[in-house]
Ligand binder design. Sequence first.
Ligand code: NAD
Length: 267
Amino acid sequence: MIRIGVVGCAGRMGRIVAGEVLGAADLTLNGGTERAGSDAVGRDLGELLGRGRLGIAVGDDGRQLFAGADVVIDFTAPAAVVEHARLAAESHTAYVVGTTGLKAEQEATLRQAATTAAIVWAPNMSIGVNLLMSLVERVAAVLDPAGYDVEIVEMHHRHKVDAPSGTALGLGRAVAAGRGVALEDVWQKTRDGIIGARRAGDIGFATLRGGDVVGDHSVIFAADGERLELVHKASSRQVFAKGALRAVRWIVGRPPGLYSMHDVLGI
Ligand code: NAD
């Protein structure tokens, strides 16, 4: 049995992931934490998930959770990832991170932690999106940047706090890799007012927010006379949780390092 800890267990993703762990024969839910002061702290974890009493109280002590788990799953917030990455490094606990919106210095903490702990970090854990990323990279490598303008459009539910989505940025990175450039040199994340004509080679982003949309992403290659669009639509958060559990089973016993879903899926 693989012992699992879920940080942010009362969040939208945390609840689904913890529920999937409870339903898996080879995994055991060892505990869950929430941010200090959350109403969920002290409640029975099973009851929080609507699964009946488990006899495990939701905690707010990350250190204790990491110490008792083989793998900790994190769908929380960037500041919490910094704190959790340090705990993973300290306890040598494998760590699966789906949280997005990390700033460069927060990413650096994760990279540092990966020198002593095995970490999978993926802005999108769904199999479909990870396949889309490799397809996009291949298409971008074939199409001439001077003739094909790339625009990435994403839509998410009204509660999402970061923009563009981590997945949209990941898709941008895939286009940039296919073209042999750095995304930061060519991205156009916002447009407003008289900003002039589009620069050849730029990678544009457009962000839509509303309703309960789980996650839609389109990568558009627009040329004179034709347009190629690659699209992924997630209709349930369950796909991310299933991907996270795939990462959990893959990471057990791996040496320290920062891995992606591409490593997990072998693509
Ligand atoms: P949410 O706000 O519903 O849940 C986050 C939870 O984390 C909250 O309950 C919050 O109280 C808790 N939390 C914050 N700080 C904490 C701490 N220090 N310790 C313990 N718990 C803490 O958000 P969500 O919709 O579940 O999304 C969470 C993150 O996952 C976001 O960054 C989102 O973009 C990302 N996400 C990633 C994927 C993926 O496939 N990688 C899929 C969906 C969402």
